[in-house]
Design a protein around this ligand. Sequence first.
Ligand code: NAP
Length: 278
Amino acid sequence: MIALKGAAVSAKIKEDVERLLAGLHGRIPKLAIVRVGERPDDLSYERGALKKMESFGLQAESFAFPENITDEAFKKEFKAINLNKDIDGILLLRPLPKQINETDIEHIIDPCKDLDGISPENIAKVFAGDDTGFAPCTAEAVIEVLKANDIALSGKRVAVVGRSMVVGRPLSMLLLKEHATVTICHTRTENLEETCRQAQILVAAAGRAKMINASFAGEGAVVIDVGINVDKDGKLCGDVDFDSLEGTASMATPVPGGVGAVTTAVLARHLVMAALAK
Ligand code: NAP
């Protein structure tokens, strides 16, 4: 089984970023990372994104607010970031604490700065197959991994486990745009293992540590693991039991070192695209 490493895909995206940067004639785009509270997974994503922007030669600044910030105060701060002309794009770490109305923020964010596709305008474009907006970075990262490894999508049976608005649904739409035949699975799906086994490409985005094992993978399947979880021993792991696929799947992404590294590279490319469109 071939391990599909995210680093190689990220390096290809870095070449795109360098090419696009040339069009900015020396201006360096700036990302704002907006975080409320100190959730470990937010902090880890923020560190990864900051590191990636630096390694791609881009600017980034974190805007962190206390966990108990009021809805009103956060909206005021967020609007200021949104209007700040020095900021080309925004990454909002979610979910937000309960007192903040996340839907309002989705409507407030300028679609041109909405690098992770949370605004209704960008989401609608993803569902319409219109690629002039920004798709959620993780969903786009999955497509990048498949394309960079020359895995054909047109006409292929793809099963996506997960139907969230962050990953499963937008990814299914991006796959459909590539002419894949997509089955979207979730907790009510009957015969989940059998449905997954039928797929030539299986994407796991359920958020369940190592739930996908060899009994879900058809002979020669390509398995993409979007999950970021912590296992019983406190170690980072995906939704896929990678080692169990040996002898069944043809290729699979590891966790860590798979889709995650590509997600921040896609974010960097979105940032430069936003700066170019200004
Ligand atoms: P989420 O909002 O919790 O959604 C999980 C989805 O998986 C739901 O649609 C749920 O079905 C489905 N599901 C859960 N358990 C299942 C099961 N046993 N069988 C079938 N379907 C099941 O999670 P998310 O935000 O989409 O994230 C999914 C995973 O991706 C998480 O591990 C997250 O950390 C990771 N993630 C990774 C990146 C990255 O850059 N790599 C970025 C974002 C998220 P129902 O709708 O029926 O409840």
